[in-house]
Design a protein around this ligand. Structure first.
Ligand code: NAD
Length: 319
């Protein structure tokens, strides 16, 4: 069997075109959107993410405001910065980049974000709406994973409803910002979903769970965690992980949580890293920023669903 490589860059280009139209419609309606990001310290992946978002905002001609705070910043100071952005009319979406230093109470910072500007659905109100299957914002990484799946299923000629109903989706990693939202979106598609975390790995090894997966979505932040022996032959593998890895020349490049070289020859389809989930995540975050501008202006959530399967408000169509 020859593997199909799911091309996130091509899908992102198509999404970006839809998003550019969305931005234009927003302007036609006399509204503006703006993204604000805050980073505490200089985490390698966060710096790279901020750079990508800045570039994308420029391409879309959207205002972008970034604040870097020293690693010694107190939680209360960070909350103050968030409060200022809540009040700023130039900002429709706020992203607090993770990881935050250990001395900062992440949950307290997330609670401080105006829920209408909380484009990653980390505020308890938005996390609750997502868990109930009626999200205000679909968090970008989880949305990206399913956008790629939906798009690939379309291209493979699969009946998506039937595919999800008969599939076991195994999600490796259970963070509030990636793993749990992925589980919620799997439920929304009426799939059978299993969440596997590091404790299962320590107790029994993850292979006994991951080998049963029709769809394996990996978001553990552990380079090369998933190897050939952890997957079944017909699996579709979505690799969310982005891990900095230094090569022999001292150059840093990004690798996924899936050992691509050993897994790709064995499975039905797979996303690469880089060039898989990441590019869609960036576009999705901008889409949520535009959506937030509409919600702030009191416009009702758009009726058009993201896909025929999703009950959520996003505007973008799987191609
Ligand atoms: P996190 O550290 O907050 O959470 C990782 C989760 O994986 C935790 O639940 C942890 O218990 C679990 N885990 C760790 N080791 C494990 C193991 N051996 N077996 C099973 N589970 C294990 O990280 P996160 O924010 O959820 O991000 C996960 C990965 O996804 C990271 O590599 C991150 O860089 C990447 N990421 C990618 C995108 C993207 O757009 N592609 C966006 C966000 C995060």
């Amino acid at each position: 069997m020859s593997v199909e490589v799911i091309d996130g860059r091509a899908a992102a280009r198509s999404l970006q075109r839809s998003l550019a139209d969305e931005v234009e419609r927003l302007r036609d309606d006399g509204l503006g959107a703006g993204l604000a990001t805050i980073m505490v310290g200089h985490d390698f992946s966060s710096v790279a993410y901020e750079r990508r978002l800045r570039r994308l905002a420029a391409e879309l001609d959207l205002p972008f405001l970034h604040t870097t705070l020293p690693v010694s910043t107190a939680g209360a100071q960070l909350v103050e910065v968030v409060a200022e952005l809540n009040e700023s009319p130039a900002v429709s979406g706020i992203l607090v980049l993770r990881p935050l230093p250990g001395h900062i109470d992440e949950a307290a910072v997330f609670r401080a974000i105006d829920p209408r500007k909380d484009i990653e659905a980390v505020h308890p109100e938005n996390a609750g709406l997502l868990a109930l299957g009626v999200p205000r914002f679909v968090p970008s990484t989880a949305a990206a994973a399913f956008h790629l799946l939906d798009t690939w299923l379309n291209s493979a000629g699969e009946d998506r409803v039937d595919f999800y109903h008969r599939s076991l989706i195994v999600v490796v990693g259970r963070s509030n910002n990636v793993g749990k939202p992925v589980v919620s979106l799997g439920y929304d598609r009426q799939a059978t979903v299993q969440s596997v975390d590091e404790w299962a790995d320590r107790a029994t090894g993850i292979g006994r769970h991951t080998r049963r997966a029709d769809v394996l979505i990996v978001a553990a932040g552990r380079a090369g965690l998933i190897k050939a022996e952890h997957v079944s032959e017909n699996a579709v593998v979505i690799d969310v992980g982005i891990n900095p890895c230094e090569d022999v020349d001292g150059r840093v490049h990004m690798v996924g949580d899936v050992d691509y070289a050993s897994v790709a020859p064995r499975v039905r389809a797979i996303t690469p890293v880089p060039g898989g989930v990441g590019p869609i995540t960036d576009v999705w975050l901008m889409h949520n920023t535009v959506l937030a501008a509409r919600l702030l202006a009191g416009h009702p959530p758009p009726k058009a669903p993201l896909t025929a399967l999703h009950p959520a408000p996003p505007l973008l169509e799987a191609s």
